[in-house]
Design a protein around this ligand. Sequence first.
Ligand SMILES: Cc1cc2nc3c(=O)[nH]c(=O)nc-3n(C[C@H](O)[C@H](O)[C@H](O)COP(=O)(O)O)c2cc1C
Length: 192
Amino acid sequence: MNKEEKIIESIWDELELSLTESGHPFHIFSISSINNGQPDARNVVLRGVERKKNMINFHTDSRSKKVSQLEEQADICALFYDKKKKVQLRVYGKTSYEKDIQKIENKWQNSKRMSKLCYLNKYPPGQNISNPKDYLYDDIALENIDKGLSNFSIVNINIKSIDWLFLNHKGHERMLIELKKKDSYEYNWIAP
Ligand SMILES: Cc1cc2nc3c(=O)[nH]c(=O)nc-3n(C[C@H](O)[C@H](O)[C@H](O)COP(=O)(O)O)c2cc1C
């Protein structure tokens, strides 16, 4: 394996590791979308990595603003930073919503109770409310937490390219990786 291939392998290895290793810097990442021509960004949790499909995913409330923004324009930029390794990833791709009901239900069943509760909230994220906690689910909703499943969605990011930046006191390094179908890719060194 040459240097470039090792870097690409390490990107996928670290993304996968973040799913299970507590406190991994890639566990939380920022996603940017376009809101009526204006940039918007927020943090989300990395929930799935499918290396063979060039895909990663996160979970969200289907009523949220990011969902309508990404439905309007599916282009996304995801930003990761590993402070210790001094590696930044800018991941570019298009989003699609997971349609496989079985997969969605499995992820829902495997979610922690605390995560499930967010999907029971009475009001969609972003709705105006009179008091800070007015959005919270009623006690009665707790009798059937699985009702939250109707608001639960998995957003897949189909990765087109990754801009990898390594900060190094002997000289930073930056590579642009274009991901192609069937495990193939092209890469170019670029000035940092
Ligand atoms: C550390 C952290 C992790 C978060 N993880 C998620 C997540 O996985 N999914 C999600 O929808 N929102 C998550 N949020 C909340 C979002 O950042 C955002 O505030 C919310 O989803 C509403 O965003 P929107 O109005 O752009 O849709 C997280 C926030 C923080 C601070």
